[in-house]
Design a protein around this ligand. Sequence first.
Ligand code: C2E
Ligand code: MG
Ligand code: MG
Length: 741
Amino acid sequence: MERSLSPAARRRGVARFAQVWARAIVGASYPATGLVDVEERLLGLTERLVDALFGEPFAAEPAAAVGAVVAEHTFAAADALAATIRVCGARLLAELRLDADDELAGRVAALQGALAHGYTRALRERILAGQDSIHRAAHLATDARFRTIFNGAAIGIVLADAAGRIVDANDAFLRMLGVAPHRVHGRALHEFAHPEDAAGLRDAHAAQRLTGPAHLRTELRFAGPAGATVRAELTTSCLRRADGRGEVQLSMIVDVTERHRLQSELRRQARHDPLTGLPNRTVLAERVTELMSAEPDRRLGLCFIDLDGFKAVNDSLGHDVGDRLLVAVAGRLTGALAAGQLLVRMGGDEFVILLADTAGIDDVTATATAVLAALAEPVRVGDQALSIGASMGLVERPATDGDLADLLRAADITLYQAKDAGRGRWEVFDAERNARQVTRHTLSTMLPGAVEQDQFTVVYQPIVTLGEQSGVGGVGGVGGVMVGVEALVRWRHPRFGLLSPEAFIGLAEETGQIVLLGRRVLELACRQAARWRELCPDGVGAPYVSVNLTARQTREADLVDQVARILDETGLPARLLQLELTESALMSAAGEPMRALDDLAAMGVRIAIDDFGTGYSNLAYLRRLPVHTLKLAGPFVDGFGSAHQHDPDGEKIVRMLVELAHSLRLTVTAEGVETAAQAERLRQVDCDSAQGYLFAPPLPPGEITRRLRATPVGAPPAAPSTVSTLPAPRVKGAATSRFVS
Ligand code: C2E
Ligand code: MG
Ligand code: MG
């Protein structure tokens, strides 16, 4: 931390503070030594506090040692601790002539906490250490040394007889509870405890007098003066007679009320912004994490607000005006909140509103409108009326889509788009636009590091059956049984947010980085599929995982070894892995690469032709290839069956393709199925399975797990059609005789 404090200024500040501190302690009670003496001692302690204050990295512990020294020297001064804490908070920064910014104020609060802790710890230890002599003294009852400690101690001391009746209590105890001596004598200590703690203390003391532990230590509440509650640390020792029965019970009571208050204040400070009193990002993180780990269907919205022109106010009118403006804005924003919304100050002039359980982006834009309206009127600060606007980035999405960092990044990028577009407005996060804005160059330089830093995640889109029993288009549009999932990679880019494969797969292919990336995806997908298989009793109903391969990947010399190694390491059976290649990738896989596909098929891995129908559409080659599945491209499905727009030719082509595929013992998966009408027609032409938004979008793995768990065991397997169950992998050429052209 850079603080402009010259050595001389620091020396003067330390001296001033030591003086103020000494007066506070001496004023608090009668000092053991004279004022100058105290001041001199405190000078060294102040040095240590100031060292700690500026320490880098900051640590509050040294203040505990200072607290312990204060306890040593002011043993008799009952209020020394309270006075010390007070004066530190009120005067330390002031005497050093420093502005109390957030960071410094936080450090002082932490020092106060450590001071209090060190003080009480030292005090208790000292008394415990002297316990034997106290015992002996109590026994003699008239010992002069005991009387001195008893009367002068800063902590409460109570002596009780063999029946637990109080025979003596010192001033500190009487003062702590605000009671007169005659009200104490003959009564039991538990009668002064808080009603909820009284019975426990009575029993513990009774047990101790009979057989219990020599020392009993507990924390409890006492009923203090004027209805106040005193939190105390209680240590009771028992002095025994020869027969072992308790004779004298000596209790020491340390008032820790102030320490408790400080601790809860520190806890509060850790979660709140000191200037505006609003919750801080810690609270935001907690709420978002809570939403993310709750029901999977929940959605959330975020409105990221940045004031326009705040820096100008700060620079021209000063930080004081800036601070007051922020407080006023916080008030306006609070007034604009709807029920259940959380307003957080992120720092500087940035605020965030979190909306739980949104129904769509409209909920968030409504909030943004309310924010703009709340700031429409100028804000009064002193005698100035300041016009202040705001720009906002809005995000609305399923709570499980990525983590808090993704969410904030998306909102932040969008906020800057709003600023660019002319301020005083909001923009809605648009993943596509976001991806487009990213230059190819930036991405290609970042790709290699991204693989190493594990920035890629995989989402999974269910592939479901389309048979008679599948109930396609049923409730919620969720169709048949989930037989497989397609693994689709996403790049969690630290600056650009979640990128879709369209933004980077082509690039990775050109630069060759696809090889590393592809291996990573294959590993993640296989490991995940193996876990899903474990969820299914005996592996029945376990979904296969379908992983995309590019042309370049099929040309890698060690592709087969890689796949074999990954299957081996993850324990996934080969039959639960499908590799998808586009037609063009397949066509380019002549020679060695083709042999690799043959080897993979022979291992039991399934091969699918992705986006079938968009490439060469050269049906003749199907015969020669070790292929098990055709994935019909979206455009085929598109032209084919919305209720109003029936395309008989398109339907005829699909019917033929499916027949042809079946005659080659290939299964057919339709891609991009978005409507129930499409699904129904696909089912009528005997298409085996389908994927698309109608059934489910690509989902995070946890959501697939949830769906697997929700499926009753023994759910119908694939459709009853003879060819719709997935054929056993075949070796090249095995089925050529069945080819019908
Ligand atoms: P693809 O293999 O044809 O994957 C299907 C794409 O269609 C996915 O886009 C999916 O989100 C999208 N989709 C799913 N249902 C529907 C629907 O009902 N309607 C419409 N319009 N689209 C739907 P995504 O995830 O953006 O992937 C795009 C392409 O990127 C993939 O096309 C695939 O070729 C490639 N890709 C994705 N992940 C990987 C990977 O790990 N490795 C390689 N080499 N390529 C990948
Ligand atoms: Mg695919
Ligand atoms: Mg596809």
